[in-house]
Write a new protein. Structure first.
Length: 512
């Protein structure tokens, strides 16, 4: 009788593929011997944090680089080594790692730092999850830092997602302002936006003296070495000879993303196990690449309103059916109106669509750039997808509310293909077309641009270039009132006009 004979037969108790799948998890922190191609960057981070070993204030540091270049990994790895070395000199160093993509408000960040460094047996205080104002959380943070640590290192990942940079000023000046007296604080800010410091407030710029470090992408050979050092996540002989080189090559196609390479390798193993395969092959890797890209994009847009998804779908159609990869807001808006009509969504104003595109740019779902139109003619925004359009479409169509788009995808694609070029050549014509067609629109359908006393004033402005960021500032409140009176929220559902106006406030941080 085997050891598993008395176990629940519903589950498996052996893993024919993975020996230790945890080695491939994003949260796994490898030992120094498993870190590849980052000796110089590791030394720079160590130099900044070195004073902490002796109980002195470390240098603040901003780290820049694209996704998957090892920024967070190196920051956490070096910090843990600092903590270990400081302990040998009876110096207490603690650290708090904050993902600003999930916690971006001043109160939530301060609360989390306090909870991570506090030891109630030493400080005599507790840090509740709720019930305190921001000022009270700061007071408890200072107490926890002073009583429980000699040095606190705060790592702010995706620091560009902060709602308010005031937290940086208060943390960096805590000692100078005598908020703490027996300890010090060091800040490591991590971002994939190298121009992030340019958008800091002047108060923060003047108080936050820091070093800066850029991580370059990994090359294909480095990715192979990184994956080889994770080979022991699998049983011996499970990986076919071409799996790791192919995985590295696929991840290196864009910008040498080690995180993506590891995710592909893990997903390839999971796909093989699901198929009851005894080996992981190149076919599993190719399937895993598509799954990895889809999962990543799904994480980015998870929780997005249906209206935002409709706008992204419109940009996807344009990208699929045009040789161009970047599109002005006006072109996207014209395509979006067709998509919204197919979904029976209320059509938002062009100004609101521009705001949603800016939000998606802020969230790194798309990339938006300003482009000059010539001397004296201002500038306008152009937008492009950052992900393969086939992946974007596949993920968007997972939403049941967008199902009608899948049913008529070919027709919609033909419309985008034949219409986008003509709209790009003659965008001004769309205004007159909208004006001429308004009399034939469905009076029972409220789209914010039809048959109202303010249509001639509001709709004409919406079609005349409010997509351009400069021109959008000249937009009056008419487009907002049009949206509010439309009777549906950004998920396409019925709502009260006053609530609608509140829901449509842009969620973009004050730096975007």
């Amino acid at each position: 009788m085997s050891a598993n004979d008395d176990r629940d037969p519903l589950f498996r108790y052996d893993d024919p593929v993975f020996a230790d799948e945890r080695l491939l998890e994003i949260t796994h922190l490898p030992g120094p011997d498993r870190i590849v191609g980052r000796d110089e960057q590791m030394q720079r981070v160590a130099d900044a944090l070195n004073p902490a070993i002796f109980g002195s204030e470390p240098n603040h540091l901003f780290i820049f680089g694209k996704t998957g270049t090892g920024k967070s990994l190196i920051s956490r790895s070096v910090t843990k080594r600092v903590i270990s070395e400081a302990r040998r000199d009876d110096v207490t160093v603690k650290y708090a790692f904050i993902d600003c993509g999930e916690q971006n408000t001043e109160a939530s960040i301060i609360k989390t730092i306090a909870q991570l460094v506090n030891d109630s047996s030493e400080s005599g205080i507790t840090i509740p999850d709720r019930g305190l104002g921001t000022g009270d959380y700061y007071k408890r943070l200072w107490q926890a830092v002073d009583r429980c640590t000699d040095v606190t290192i705060v790592i702010l990942d995706e620091i560009d997602m902060l709602e308010d940079d005031e937290v940086l000023r208060k943390l960096s000046r805590a000692g100078e302002n005598r908020r703490i007296s027996d300890s010090s604080i060091g800040i490591i800010g991590i971002s994939n936006k190298i121009d992030f410091p340019d958008h800091l407030s002047e108060r923060v710029k003047s108080s936050l003296s820091r070093d800066e470090l850029v991580f370059s992408p990994y090359d294909a050979n480095q990715l192979v070495e990184i994956l080889e050092k994770r080979r022991d996540a699998f049983h011996d002989g499970v990986l076919s000879g071409d799996v790791i080189p192919l995985t590295a090559a696929l991840a290196a196609q864009e910008h040498g993303d080690a995180r993506k390479a590891i995710d592909i390798l893990r997903n390839a193993g999971r796909i093989a196990k699901k198929q009851n395969a005894t080996r992981v092959t190149a076919d599993h890797v190719r399937d895993a690449k598509e799954k990895t890209e889809a999962d990543r994009f799904n994480e980015l847009i998870e929780g997005s309103p249906q209206q935002a998804k409709a706008i992204l779908y419109s940009l996807t159609l344009l990208t699929e059916n045009s040789s161009e990869k970047e599109f002005p807001t006006k072109i996207i808006y014209n395509q979006y109106k067709e998509v919204a009509n197919r979904l029976d969504f209320d059509v938002l104003s062009e100004r609101r669509v521009q705001e949603i595109l800016q939000e998606q740019n802020f969230l790194n779902v798309i990339q938006s750039e300003r482009e000059g139109r010539g001397r004296g003619r201002g500038a306008h925004a152009k937008h492009r997808l950052l992900e393969n359009p086939s992946i974007v479409k596949k993920v968007l169509l997972r939403d049941s509310r967008l199902a009608p788009l899948e049913e008529g995808a070919s027709d919609t694609g033909d419309t985008a293909s034949t219409g986008s070029r003509s709209r790009q050549n003659d965008t001004t014509g769309s205004r007159s077309e909208r004006g001429n067609s308004s009399s034939g629109s469905n009076p029972d359908r409220s789209d914010g641009n039809n048959s109202s006393s303010g249509r001639e004033n509001g709709s004409d402005r919406a079609g005349s270039g409010s997509a351009d960021e400069d021109d959008a500032n000249d937009e009056t409140d008419q487009s907002d009132s049009d949206d509010a009176s439309a009777g549906k929220d950004e998920n396409g559902d019925a709502s009260v006009g006053d609530e609608k106006a509140g829901d449509e406030q842009s969620s973009v941080g004050h730096w975007s």
